[in-house]
Design a protein around this ligand. Structure first.
Ligand code: NAI
Length: 333
């Protein structure tokens, strides 16, 4: 059994965390030989609810949990942390513009970036789930300059899982046979779910499904799946979001299998193989070895795909500008 690692989940009293905490504590993310100190961060009004979550974690009698720490203090939460799931965010309220949501949330992620910079281990791995996830991850990394930018990622794995499920259903296949469907860009309605490099049981998806479906209904179904779940459940995706967060961090921790790549929002490096502007958090196909991701080069991008990548890039550049304006205005107060 390895030494315990400290793992933080923010928004720990919320609905995604309720499913995610089970998976982490059960060994589904870091393996069945990794003990865990689980720290739960939320805001003061949620401490009563969080107390109930702590009781349930205790009642699950998980053998891997050495300690559970509920807190409202970022200094307590992030001290010497190895892995952080940044799930907590302000939800969209009725009448709230997208801009207002972005403004409220980037302030949260600025504070959390500064706290990670001060208290976390320098090799901490950070997954941002809270929306707008890509831009929140960018802001968090910007305010944590002592931590490598590669250590901040945003979740697009739910979108990838949704894409794989749609294709598996369409061709009547077992989902384990569906590989290399990727999400490019932002976790938003401009994301581009791309089948052009995907396979089912080794056969190209493009040979199995007609191009018109792949370029139209498939893309919009994946882009709007979150809204469809809200319309049906009256609440946003939670179990599937938690499963995707667990998949994302498990692959980061343990590595991807050869030839089976995954989508992750990462801070775009200069000279990336797909000519995406430097310094935004953009979802690419990545492979992971020794806990380091790298963008997989060489996937074909046809004219249709390039036009989709351009749309989502434009949105991310605009979000970045808005977010930096909010942070800079905040700094002047
Ligand atoms: P929820 O509203 O059930 O829970 C959010 C929790 O975050 C609440 O307990 C709240 O008190 C807490 N919180 C708010 N501000 C905080 C702060 N400064 N520090 C710590 N905790 C804070 O929401 P849910 O359903 O769990 O979703 C969480 C986020 O995940 C939302 O932003 C949602 O839009 C996003 N999401 C992202 C997905 C993705 O694929 N990237 C998929 C689904 C949801």
């Amino acid at each position: 059994m390895s030494e315990p690692i400290k793992v933080v989940v923010t928004g720990a009293a919320g609905q995604i965390a309720y499913s995610l905490l089970y998976m982490i504590a059960n060994g589904d993310v870091f393996g069945k030989n990794q003990k865990i100190i689980l720290t739960l961060l939320d805001i003061p009004p949620m401490m009563g609810v969080l107390e109930g979550v702590v009781m349930e974690l205790s009642d699950c009698a998980f053998t891997l949990l050495t300690e559970v720490i509920p807190t409202t203090d970022v200094a307590v939460a992030f001290k010497d942390v190895s892995v952080v799931f940044l799930v907590g965010a302000m939800p969209r309220r009725e009448g709230m513009e997208r801009k207002d949501l972005l403004s409220a949330n980037v302030k949260i992620f600025k504070v959390q970036g500064e706290a990670l910079n001060t208290y976390a281990k320098k090799d901490v791995k950070v997954l941002v789930v809270g929306n707008p996830a890509n831009t929140n991850a960018l802001i968090c990394s910007h305010y944590a300059p002592s931590i490598p930018k590669e250590n901040f990622t945003a979740m697009t794995r739910l979108d990838q899982n949704r894409a794989c499920a749609q294709i598996a259903q369409k061709v009547g296949s077992d989902i384990t046979k569906v590989k290399n469907l990727f999400i490019w860009g932002n976790h938003s309605a401009t994301q581009f779910p791309d089948c052009s490099n995907g396979t089912v049981d080794g056969k190209p998806v493009t040979d199995l499904v007609d191009a018109s479906y792949l370029e139209n209904e498939f893309v919009t179904t994946v882009q709007k799946r979150g809204a469809a779940v809200i319309a049906a459940r009256k609440m946003s995706s939670a179990m599937s979001a938690a499963k995707a967060a667990a998949d994302h961090v498990r692959d980061w921790w343990i590595g991807t299998q050869s030839g089976n790549y995954v989508s992750m929002g990462v801070v775009t490096p200069k000279d990336n193989p797909y000519n995406v502007p430097e310094g935004i958090v953009f979802s690419f196909p990545v492979e992971i070895k020794n806990k380091q991701w790298s963008i997989v080069p060489g996937f074909k991008i046809n004219d249709f795909a390039r036009s989709k990548l351009d749309i989502t890039t434009k949105e991310l550049l605009e979000e970045k500008e808005e977010a930096m304006a909010v942070c800079n205005a905040d700094a002047k107060i």
